[in-house]
Design a protein around this ligand. Structure first.
Ligand code: G4P
Length: 285
């Protein structure tokens, strides 16, 4: 299977980010906790190399909690700050606030030593499409925050959201495009629904997902679909179609329907909290 993205948008977005990055002290990168490798674009390591880094393992509510923890440890071991998050839930934002303070401690301290007392640190949210950037900005900024930089007479300035007296957030996120360095990345992004299904062969994708689940979460499919024992992904996929009565008019199995069903159940978390990529098995950058 081939996965494509749109190079024109990519170049423009990257250029924008290279401009915006100059304005901030901290980069807050969202990744999808189910596939932290595939949903990370390594360009950000280069673009944000002189900045403090905070990784938000977003959609952590859909991911395996033990792996969420393993990923947090992984990022910390690489000198980054990390928080697992459900961006839809405002309750998690307090922790993010605290970690931002921690991540910017040195900068604030440096300012203080120079007698600069009222300059907030500035942060930018970045990530590939669909990881939850807008959801996060909305939850995080909330209603209490005031927008700055859009005063009458001051046009074309960047919009900043003042979170508190210490931190301001750039209100437009930096959009990174996924980097399809190999087919696995495309496949994993397709599993979580970050690539339009219409572009793909869904049956093939579903069989690949079955293969992944059989190896990483044995028992999950058997329990959900009351399956017979089998190690053959194609066979298991057919069992799922039978179990869910995905049949065409003549009684033949309707694989397209079964694929849509399986992917939907995986994406919505109905198969349980599942993480496809683990830090011990994967490498970043
Ligand atoms: P983006 O700006 O990075 O492109 O992503 P956006 O905030 O639009 O979020 C993409 C989808 O992911 C949204 O769902 C959003 O509700 C969902 N989402 C964001 N953060 C989380 C999270 O932590 N956990 C879960 N489970 N979902 C999250 P949607 O189906 O596109 O829209 P809607 O259902 O919110 O209407």
């Amino acid at each position: 299977m081939q996965y494509q993205w749109y190079p024109g948008h990519m170049t423009k977005a990257k250029r924008q980010m290279q401009e915006d990055i100059k304005l901030v002290d901290l980069v807050i990168e969202l990744v999808d906790a189910r596939v932290p490798v595939s949903s990370h674009n390594p360009d950000i390591d280069e673009i944000g190399k002189s900045k403090s880094r905070l990784v938000l393992l977003n959609k952590a509510d859909l991911a395996d909690e033990s792996k969420n923890q393993a990923w947090c440890e992984y990022y910390k071991s690489r000198g980054m700050y990390a928080v697992r998050l459900d961006a839809r839930n405002r309750a998690g934002m307090k922790e993010v606030q605290n970690v931002i303070q921690e991540a910017c401690k040195e900068k604030l301290e440096r300012n203080r030593r120079r007698g600069i007392l009222n300059r907030p640190v500035r942060a930018m949210v970045a990530g590939i499409p669909n990881v939850g950037k807008s959801t996060f900005i909305n939850s995080f900024a909330g209603k209490a925050c005031t927008k700055t930089g859009n005063k009458p007479g001051v046009t074309k300035g960047k919009q900043w959201i003042r979170l508190n007296k210490n931190v301001e957030l750039l209100d437009t996120p930096g959009i990174l495009w996924p980097k399809f360095e190999d087919q696995t990345i495309g496949l994993h992004l397709a599993f979580i629904g970050s690539i339009k299904d219409e572009l793909l062969n869904r049956d093939e994708m579903a069989v690949e997902l079955v293969k992944e689940l059989l190896s990483q979460y044995p028992g999950v499919l058997a329990a959900r679909y009351d399956l017979l024992e089998s190690a053959d992904p194609t066979e298991v996929f057919s069992y799922i179609a039978k179990n869910r009565n995905c049949l065409k008019k003549g009684g033949e199995l309707d694989h397209a329907k079964a694929a849509a069903l399986l992917l939907e159940e995986f994406r919505s978390g109905r198969l349980g909290r599942i993480t496809i990529e683990t830090p011990s098995l994967e490498t970043i950058g």
